[in-house]
Design a protein around this ligand. Structure first.
Ligand SMILES: [Zn+2]
Length: 453
């Protein structure tokens, strides 16, 4: 017994040595960022002339008078405002339905575009979002055959740059999901999967959640009320407890007042889409701390109507007044030929159109400090990454951006992100993408020390 114990302790020492050698190798790179202004969105405060010291991928120290070690790479952002990276808490990178040829009907996109094509679209959208400062993205379904979880893995392993992706895998719904297929398409051609998993019974709900987690999901998305036979409070509670076994939180897609009430009663983590929510729902969500991913679409020349926009603004305003934990979210999954810059005529990027959702928040007269908290801190919490990344604090991954101006007084400063760092590596500087260090012909990072999903 004693021998075994001694052997074990030797093993522990050896393991520690291996881990520390590994840590030393990856932390050999020391970087010092000089930040002219540094925003803490949690407290809505600014500190001037700060130094952020990094070791490898992580933040080591933050302060005004830190000694910069000899040999450190110095990044001078002393003329800029530095802040944590941004979060889109509800988007769809692997779906882009178009006016032509599918008349904005994504059932046809599903039929006409391969999983491989949609996976490449997702990779491109991820790069475009990172270029606009989005370092975390919750990607919640309609993602082809697990292209979302594959993209998460590829970014984590170091094949290409992109935000930290929190993918849901396939959306789980009761018979039909959000589709209305014909009998032959449904029964003979099995048209639901992989866009949706039909899960009606408790056993099917459990199995669907386990399958998504097995294939790499980091959150679970339920259609609460996409059909009149949607999920009951008990169904949703079952989903929440099953998802928790794999470390996943649950978002409910909600489109009716009854569905919203069931999701709230079950204690869901996030409600997706604010359209169906009443002031009473907002009051209950605030009391329970349920996040809202309202997907607050602005009225632009390429999307929306004035009437819908007015309603969206009023709902967002009420949710803010009731103190619902708000996230910044878009539901972006479309494209058309009007998506061009007015002045130059060049195509708008997915990132530019995502940050344009600020229009809705400004129209709702939400103070910049609260918008900033929604698009950062609340986003990290909703994505459940805040212990690992987000805030600019020692020990966390170094994901940060820099802008000219002050987003705490003028939120539009976020529309022009000049500098982006992800995992301690510079992705963009002086307004120009410099992504070469992110591309590799093989997996160079081992998140969690393993190659599994
Ligand atoms: Zn959505």
């Amino acid at each position: 017994m004693r021998y075994v114990t001694r052997l074990l302790s030797v093993c522990v020492v050896l393991t520690c040595m291996i881990i520390s050698v590994g840590a030393q190798t990856s932390s050999a790179r020391t970087t010092a960022i000089k930040a002219g202004r540094l925003i803490d969105p949690e407290t809505a405060t600014v500190a001037t002339n700060q130094v952020i010291l990094l070791e490898g991928e992580r933040i080591k120290a933050v302060g005004p008078n830190l000694a910069i070690p000899a040999g450190a790479t110095i990044i001078d952002l002393s003329k800029l405002t530095v802040l944590p990276g941004l979060v889109d808490s509800h988007t769809h990178m692997a779906l882009t339905y178009k006016e032509q040829p599918e008349n904005n009907y994504y059932y046809l996109t599903f039929v006409m575009e391969s999983t491989a094509l949609r996976a490449i679209q997702a990779a491109s959208n991820g790069i475009q979002l990172l270029n606009s400062g989005f370092t975390v993205v919750r990607d919640v379904g309609n993602n082809a055959m697990y292209a979302d979880t594959a993209l998460r893995q590829a970014i984590e392993q170091g094949w290409l740059p992109g935000p930290t992706v929190i993918p849901s895998g396939a959306i789980i719904g009761s018979t039909g999901g959000q589709f209305w297929p014909t009998p032959e398409m449904y029964k003979d051609h099995k048209m639901m999967f992989p866009e949706y998993i039909d899960a009606d019974t408790p056993g099917e709900i459990v199995k669907a959640i386990r399958q998504n987690m097995l294939f790499g999901a980091r959150t679970i998305k339920l259609c609460i009320d996409c059909k009149p036979w949607g999920y009951s409070v008990d169904d949703i509670k079952l989903a929440i407890s099953e998802a928790a076994k794999g470390g996943c939180k649950v978002e409910g897609h909600v489109q009716t007042a009854d569905g919203a009430q069931r999701a709230i009663d079950a204690g869901i983590y996030i409600i997706g889409h604010g359209n169906a929510l009443t002031p009473e729902h907002h009051r209950q969500m605030a009391a329970k701390g349920i996040f809202l991913a309202g997907t607050d679409t602005p009225f632009t020349k390429y999307r929306g109507t004035e009437a819908a926009f007015k309603q969206t603004v009023a709902k967002l305003r009420d949710a803010w007044e009731k103190k619902v934990p708000l996230t910044f979210s878009t539901d972006f999954d479309y494209w058309n030929e009007r998506m061009k810059d007015d002045k130059t005529g060049r195509w708008l990027t997915r990132g530019e159109m995502t940050i344009a959702f600020l229009d809705t928040w400004k129209a709702a007269n939400i103070p910049p400090a609260d918008i900033l908290r929604a698009i950062t801190i609340n986003g990290y919490k909703a994505a459940d990454v805040i212990k690992e990344r987000g805030p600019i604090k020692p020990g966390l991954f170094a994901d940060l951006i820099a802008v000219a101006g002050d987003p705490l007084t003028d939120i539009d400063a976020l529309r022009n992100v000049l500098f982006v760092m992800k995992n301690g590596m510079v992705f963009k500087k002086d307004g120009v993408m410099t992504p070469e260090n992110f591309f590799h012909p093989g997996p160079v990072r081992t998140p969690n020390g393993r190659w599994t999903r």
